[in-house]
Write a protein that binds this ligand. Structure first.
Ligand SMILES: Cc1cc2nc3c(=O)[nH]c(=O)nc-3n(C[C@H](O)[C@H](O)[C@H](O)COP(=O)(O)OP(=O)(O)OC[C@H]3O[C@@H](n4cnc5c(N)ncnc54)[C@H](O)[C@@H]3O)c2cc1C
Length: 511
């Protein structure tokens, strides 16, 4: 292509960002440092300041499949990463007692089987059910075929093999991940400063952040600031007053108790989420321990009762006392303001029901690199970043609310409140399309695609009144296809190694 005659051959002459300060060294800070160090190897100084005295939030163990892409972009070998973080494999989430007491369903990573007609598979499953077929929708997902057998195998690269239809993510110790990424980032030139930020200095003329002053008097200046300071949002809120939109009326949980316990065998290759009277409990198996926590609404249970409920519902011997955490569900009004970009908990928080926080860190880093500023900080890029981020947060919010809204439980106040609460219009329309015709309406850039929505709709009894009218014309015997699919999945699961065997062969953590 010919260059425009007016083009400046040195296109960014003199306007490139030369210094970045990352405030905070939790998962968000070190993921950002590692990704920026990899993406900007020359001409930019990257500094990270963190305070051991303040520490990190210290939880966050379950992820979703795009995390694999993050590690691949950093050229981190999967086995090295899993060994360093006590990681295990995650094929999805088992939801227990969410729809009603005694009921369970699975949100698999990857679709339910593979469509065998232009009408989607689940319509044939619904029709088969109406004709007396008893197999659950879950039984058509490769991820569940493996998970329920305690097995793990990576997806096959042969698209004809049913073992190519699942995806996977990881469980890992986020603190160890941050440590692992710190080594990675420091090896690529990131400068780490230990110290506590006491003051944020502003440029009086532009209103931009000029630098921070540590409590011992040292100063750190930069052109671009990444606020990874956690819930406190030291720069984005403390200095720039971005504001916060709260969503507690839709997602009432505002606290958590975390309490690891000793592992039990078999090592399940999935997260379990069990609904309790005032929230839900996570169970996340790592190589060296089991992560557990009770996420609850302080309006419906006291901290002491939440801690007692958690302690009474551990599978193994408790490893320490329950650790309380508080949060306000919602998002910053503006994620990027002037020369500050908030990434991680500083940008907002939604409860870990679908393990989305670490993903939102990754999404923030991708957007930042795609819209990377120069020293002019053109509002065009900033507005686009904020527009996409709002959309990402709100679509995840809707998917989380779906789990609460579709409950049929009436045994506790929280669940009665959720079943009756008003919901965002953007969610209402999706529930209605599915309820009436089994249609999965995808709007905007939904992180969770149709297979995820399908799993929760069906798992929580938003059963369609009718199926796709087109199925009437097709003359396809769906029952035969579905039966073959189940048999093929069962055969692949039988051949696969157990989760423990796979880890022992590929990525066992030392010690
Ligand atoms: C109950 C709960 C469960 C969760 N479970 C999951 C999960 O399963 N999956 C998932 O993806 N996510 C989960 N998360 C979210 C996850 O923990 C966070 O997204 C992730 O750890 C990122 O945190 P962060 O780095 O933004 O903040 P933090 O970990 O809080 O780190 C903040 C950093 O800023 C530093 N800092 C703060 N103030 C100063 C100062 N004045 N001077 C210097 N340094 C400062 C701190 O020292 C620290 O290094 C969970 C969160 C909670 C609350």
């Amino acid at each position: 292509m010919m260059a425009s005659p007016n083009a400046d051959p040195d296109l960014n002459s003199g306007r490139s960002i030369r210094s970045i300060l990352i405030v905070g060294g939790g998962t968000a800070g070190w993921m950002t440092a590692a990704a920026l160090a990899k993406a900007l190897p020359h001409g930019c100084t990257i500094t990270l300041v963190e305070s051991e005295e303040i520490g990190t939030v210290g939880v966050g163990e379950a992820t979703i499949p795009p995390i694999r892409l993050f590690n691949q972009t950093l050229e981190i070998a999967e086995a090295d990463f899993l060994k360093a973080t006590q990681g295990t494999f995650k094929l999805g989430i088992e939801f227990v007692d969410w729809a009603k007491l005694g009921h369970r369903y699975f949100h698999p990573f990857g679709p339910h089987g593979r469509n065998f007609d232009l009408v989607a598979l689940h319509h044939y499953w619904l029709r088969a059910r109406a004709e007396g077929e008893t197999a659950a929708l879950d039984d058509h997902a490769m991820a569940w075929a493996l998970a329920k057998a305690g097995k793990f195998a990576p997806p096959s690269s042969d698209p004809r093999n049913v073992l190519s239809t699942h995806e996977y993510a990881y469980h890992f110790d986020a603190g160890l991940y941050a440590r692992f990424l710190r080594q990675y980032a420091e090896a690529r030139g990131v400068i780490r400063v230990e110290g506590k930020v006491g003051d944020v200095r502003m440029d009086g003329e532009s209103g931009f952040v000029a630098g921070v002053t540590l409590t011992d008097g040292r100063t750190l200046d930069a052109e671009l600031f990444i606020d990874c300071s956690g819930f406190r949002g030291l720069l984005i809120e403390g200095a720039l007053h971005a504001g916060y939109e709260e969503w507690t009326h839709w997602l009432p949980c505002d606290r958590a108790m975390a309490m690891p316990c000793a592992n039990v065998s078999p090592l399940t290759p999935y997260t379990r989420s069990t609904a309790r009277s005032a929230g839900w409990q996570w169970r996340i198996p790592l190589q060296h321990r089991m992560g557990n926590g009770y996420v609850y609404s302080s309006a419906f249970i006291s901290d002491d009762d939440a801690a007692a409920t958690l302690a009474a519902n551990l599978d193994g011997q408790a490893l320490g006392d329950p650790r309380p955490l508080r949060f306000v569900t919602g998002r910053r009004n503006s994620f990027w303001t002037k020369n500050v970009v908030a990434i991680g908990l500083s940008s907002g928080f939604m409860e870990p029901l679908e393990s989305t926080s670490i993903h939102l860190i990754q999404a923030g880093i991708s957007k930042l690199l795609a819209l990377f500023p120069d020293r002019d900080f053109d509002p065009l890029g900033i507005e686009e970043y904020n527009r996409i981020a709002v959309n990402e947060f709100e679509r995840i919010r809707d998917f989380l609310i779906l789990h609460y809204k579709l409950t049929m439980r009436d045994d506790a106040e929280l669940w009665r409140y959720c079943a009756g609460m008003d919901i965002p219009d953007t969610l209402h329309v999706k529930i209605e399309h599915f309820r009436k015709y089994g249609r999965l309406i995808a709007r905007d850039a939904d992180l969770f695609g149709p297979p995820s929505w399908l799993a929760v709709h069906i798992g929580q009894f938003n059963t369609p009144e009718r199926t796709d009218p087109v199925a009437e014309y097709r003359g396809v015997d769906g029952r035969e296809w579905l039966g073959k699919l189940r048999a093929a999945m069962a055969a692949e699961a039988a051949r696969a190694p157990t989760h423990e065997q796979f880890i022992a062969q590929h990525c066992k953590a030392p010690g």
